[in-house]
Design a protein around this ligand. Structure first.
Ligand code: HEM
Length: 132
């Protein structure tokens, strides 16, 4: 099985449990007061649903889908729109790994490396679009 398929299967074991997204945002917001502040006026029930699709876009890009959805995230998260500091993506990734380790019974150090390497190209596109 290729790396993108391993990640797809891992997400499949995790994504149907709504608690996954609650655990993710709890972990992410615990990373920094700056991050908590950004979601102060956010409808978190809706946001959890949006994240479910957002992670799927990252995974599908790794499996060969076009970059349209990734570029849309790059645009919405850019300086001129939501102004998401590119440095925050490493905290986002750490929070995702913590959450996967709780929810995917097959998660281990090797699968964590595979997840990080597989999502990296899409996240780099989003970070690079910050100033465009
Ligand atoms: C909104 C996904 C990283 C903060 C959104 C939305 C999606 C999404 C799908 C809904 C709006 C849209 O479609 O653009 C993602 C993905 C990320 C990521 C897949 C990782 C690659 C981050 C990071 C932050 C962040 C690092 C920094 C704290 C926000 C905020 C909103 C948002 C503040 C708007 C919330 C609101 O409507 O009040 N994100 N995001 N995101 N994201 Fe992200």
């Amino acid at each position: 099985m290729g790396d993108a398929d391993k990640v797809f299967q891992s997400y499949g074991r995790s994504c149907n449990n709504p608690v996954f997204y609650e655990d993710f945002y709890n972990a992410f917001m615990n990373k920094s007061a700056d991050i908590r502040a950004m979601f102060i006026n956010t409808d978190m029930a809706a946001q959890r649903g949006l994240l479910r699709g957002g992670i799927m876009w990252l995974v599908m890009y790794a499996r060969g889908m076009s970059d349209n959805k990734i570029r849309a995230l790059g645009e919405s998260h850019s300086r001129k729109n939501m102004n998401i500091n590119p440095a925050h993506y490493s905290l986002w990734m750490d929070a995702l790994m913590e959450t996967l380790s709780k929810h995917d019974p097959q998660f281990d150090a090797e699968l964590e490396r595979t997840w990080r390497a597989t999502l990296r190209p899409a996240i780099e596109i989003i970070q690079t679009m910050y100033d465009q």
